[in-house]
Design a protein around this ligand. Structure first.
Ligand code: FAD
Length: 473
């Protein structure tokens, strides 16, 4: 019996793709840096079907690569080029199983997109606060497997902090039902936390019990032009003191980011009369009223201009204006892609060290790779920057990408020296497997391998992702 026939018996014939054209979108990552092959792409519709598929993988020794929206940025959902694996796409598992407003929880299947979960929460008068630019396609299973961050971590935490319980299909094909909606549960090892951020290497998440929050009464959004990164960091301290927990987003980007958005998305332009080296997008989510929210933001922006922390400010006066300010931030990643190939770093350092980190690392890069263009933006309020480098104008992209190992080690050595992380929110996938071997201690790597061996002794779950090859450490 062939692989495809076996799988068709489990999930139904139309849900197993094996023609090259049908499989193609599942075999390349969002950035088109990794191209894989697979025996088939399988689209189960229930946890039982996922369990039967994975049990079949265990029996036949077939690698399984879980995939959600395929928006990951580190090649984690792309199978290897040897074509042995099957891709298990969770796209058809998109039921909202329960909404419990009194418990402030919502239980969603792993293939629900973030927008579907946000909408379901809103329909019950609640907020599901996880939000990022790919939210129309990215799934809850992918968010949890990468422990995604996004634009409201400052207030609500990352995906891990928003998850109370999980349902997981283990590499044996057994189902672990840990879908508990408890805020307190000290009954042994926290199994849930093992699977969050595991990038599909320990099992397939099939459903999650997620936290919801009261919907804010009003949101006020401002874009401020700031003279430099240290001023943006001072502004963060001022905003925190003035707004407390109503400060829900504090994002930054440099002027080149704005230039790229304007160049590749002509409908989107700077609202300021003159250019500024840096910009801060900040948002307040208020539980009192529109008047209170806009009053708070107006006084914050006015004080920032009076004290020289900002040179100009625009406060959104309507939902359309709010969306338009956010789009300047959200389009940066795609504008950089349109500009051409580039080298991305998803780094975190302590907030107090960010300005020093950027100044020193910029100087080092300029010394070693003159004229590289720094496209730096991110979640300043979380100490997380997308510290990206585009080639100098006119440089051949392949020649530039060949410098990736040297640029990586320059930036990542700096991150390490500043006590930071080389993967703040995107995960490790294929892109940074080799890199983490350089920075994780032998004890950490040994513990990670011991966990992998205990849970997936056959090594069938998303092999060759996240954990460095044995020879690398
Ligand atoms: P996929 O890409 O399909 O998979 C990602 C990883 O999770 C893979 O290793 C895969 O094997 C595994 N996986 C997927 N589903 C499951 C499952 N059900 N069970 C087990 N493993 C699974 N990320 C951020 O954190 N913050 C941002 O601000 C952010 N902004 C982005 C902006 C853009 C424009 C884009 C394209 C991406 C951005 N990302 C961001 C990255 C990406 O959107 C997130 O990592 C997202 O959480 C991935 O979800 P997905 O469903 O697309 O996962």
């Amino acid at each position: 019996m062939s692989t495809v026939e076996d799988l068709r018996r489990i999930v139904g014939a139309p849900q197993v793709l094996d023609r090259a054209d049908d499989m193609a979108p599942f075999l390349v990552d969002w950035r088109k840096r990794y191209f894989g092959q697979a025996q088939a792409v399988v689209l189960p519709s229930s946890a039982d079907q996922v369990a039967a598929v994975i049990a079949w993988c265990a029996r036949t020794g077939t690698p399984a690569v879980p995939q959600g929206g395929n928006t990951g940025l580190v090649g984690g959902a792309t199978p290897a080029a040897d074509g042995r694996a099957i891709v298990v796409s969770l796209k058809r598992m998109r039921q909202i199983r329960a909404v419990d407003a009194a418990n402030a929880t919502l239980t969603a299947e792993a293939g629900c997109t973030m927008v579907e979960v946000q909408d379901a929460a809103r329909a019950s008068g609640q907020l599901f606060p996880l939000s990022l630019a790919a939210e129309g396609s990215a799934t809850i299973g992918g968010n949890l497997s990468t422990n995604a961050g996004g634009v409201q971590v400052l207030r609500y935490g990352n995906a891990r902090e928003l998850c109370l319980g999980l349902e997981v299909v283990l590499p044996s094909g057994e189902v672990w039902n840990g879908l508990r909606g408890l805020r307190k549960d000290n009954t042994g090892y926290d199994l849930r936390d093992l699977f969050i951020g595991a990038e599909g290497t320990l099992g397939v998440i099939t459903a999650a019990c997620l936290k919801t929050y009261p919907l804010p009464r009003a949101q006020a959004t401002a874009l401020l032009a700031v003279p430099a990164l240290p001023a943006a960091l001072d502004l963060l301290q001022v905003a925190r003191a003035a707004c407390g927990s109503t400060l829900t987003a504090f994002e930054c980007f440099n002027d080149l980011c704005l230039t790229l958005v304007e160049r590749h998305y002509p409908g989107h332009a700077s609202p300021f009369a003159s250019r500024s080296p840096q910009y801060v997008l900040l948002e307040i989510s208020d539980h009192e009223s529109e008047v209170h929210a806009s009053g708070l933001l107006e006084s914050l922006a006015g004080d920032a201009i009076d004290t020289g922390l900002a040179s100009d400010a625009v406060i959104a006066q309507s939902t359309a204006q709010r969306r338009s300010l956010w789009s300047l931030r959200e389009l940066i990643s795609e504008a950089q892609t349109q500009e051409g190939r580039n080298i991305k770093h998803d780094i975190a350092v302590p907030i107090s060290e960010i300005a020093r980190f950027v100044a020193q690392t910029d100087a080092l890069l300029q010394q070693r790779f003159p004229a590289g263009r720094m496209v730096v933006f991110g979640h300043l309020g979380d100490g997380n920057l997308h510290y990206n480098v585009s080639p100098p104008e006119g440089m051949d992209a392949d020649r530039f990408i060949a410098l990736q190992p040297e640029i990586y080690s320059t930036v990542h050595d700096q991150v390490h020296a500043f006590g930071g992380s080389i993967s703040a929110e995107h995960g490790v996938g294929q892109l940074k497997r080799g890199e983490i071997a350089r920075y994780k201690s032998a004890v950490e790597l040994q513990l990670m391998r011991a966990l992998k061996q205990a849970i997936d002794p056959l090594g069938i779950m998303n092999p060759d992702k996240m954990l460095p090859a044995q020879s690398a450490a």
